[in-house]
Design a protein around this ligand. Sequence first.
Ligand code: ATP
Ligand code: MG
Length: 455
Amino acid sequence: MNMDYQARILLVEDDASQASLLTLELRRRGLEVLALRSGEEAIKVLDDQAFDLVITDLKLGGVDGLRVLQAAKKAQPDLEVLLITGHGSVDSAVAAMKAGAFDYLTKPVEPEELGIVLAKAMERRRLLGEVQRLREEVKGKYSFEGIVYASPSMRKVLDLVQKVAATEATVLIQGESGTGKELIARAIHEKGSRRTGAFVAINCGALPEGLLESELFGHVKGSFTGADRNKRGLFEEANGGTLFLDEISETTPSLQVKLLRALQESEIRRVGDNHPIKVSGRLVVATNKDLGKLVAQDKFREDLFYRLKVFPIQIPPLRERPEDILPLAEHFLRKARKKIGGKADRFAPEAAQALRSYSWPGNVRELEHAIERVLIMSSASAVRLSDLPPEMQQSSGPGVSKAAAFSANLEEIEKRHILEVYRSCGGNVAETAKQLGIGRNTLWRKLKAFGLGAQ
Ligand SMILES: Nc1ncnc2c1ncn2[C@@H]1O[C@H](COP(=O)(O)OP(=O)(O)OP(=O)(O)O)[C@@H](O)[C@H]1O
Ligand SMILES: [Mg+2]
């Protein structure tokens, strides 16, 4: 069987000898198998584990195979289920196919037959994954190490992440509070060759100078009251990995001098020690201040600033990339549902509109917290406008004239329609324009405005 990845299979079979035969056969094909003896157990496991395929006996002691199938589809709609039926129970096999089983095998299961059906199931899974990926790509929205976005400006940020990850350069990440600076810092670490090393983060604004210095550089026994043993600093901990200094603007001038020296010489000295120690971690620093401005005001050392800004990344505030708001809101809604439960799994159109027009002064972090609260408030399957905090309701309510709201809706509808057709034409512009009955240039212009097409 030809598979590009190690698939994980859930096998549910109450007959012990049948179960061990199948398990052996599956493992022989290089598949990972979790074999369970009852439908009850299977349903529990399906709730919190991911599988690539479920193989279940139709007739089980308590909860039967059909119920397992339903639970599998509910937990993971694209999960394929293969049923095993007793000899002659063709009727129930037909019922199973109707209920959405991928295929069925009759007992006793022949290895060749099993192989053929498995290969088919895996191929289908691979194709589904491919289609999904292409769809996301057409939408201009995909997930980069858990980073959700749809805007061209964030795409540019991630292009920079990709580029710098491959180098050793020091990175300066600037952006308002809550824009995702730490997330980007982690992405740089994860994408780079130092991902096998540690990612060590420290907030420079959270500690007084002396403590910060000994945290960063370490100290030797007796160097100050309370230093009762030698201690490695974070620069050493991050050797071969990434050291992330958050709120770099909060460091004192004397610490800035020490940082500069560490950067220039790739070596540090522990507090109370003159002996230099080589360090080799990559440095990523972040700030929500405008460092250039602080330099101009003599509040940050210019020489350190130039050392740090070798590779600057600016994360735009959320209000400047409204395309990201709904994808992020949907992402946080899914996340919150997993964490705290709740009914709502989407946003009503007025609520979505309100989220889009709010200014998000606390950026993505504010959005994340707002969605958690909203999920607790909401009682219907869609989040309604009235479930949102008052300040957000206003931004699409009385604050905006009816006519403006209406034309915003029209734009939404037009955009959705165009994208729908564009997608169904497989991204072919000439064909899409023809179907929509508009000129090709008009379509290009619109696609560009949506962040798609000619960029
Ligand atoms: N594009 C994104 N996709 C998914 N989650 C995001 C995105 N941007 C930010 N987040 C989430 O928002 C929260 C805030 O992000 P993060 O802590 O990285 O921001 P920050 O810029 O470091 O904030 P601060 O300046 O307050 O330290 C985190 O929970 C993070 O996972
Ligand atoms: Mg942060």
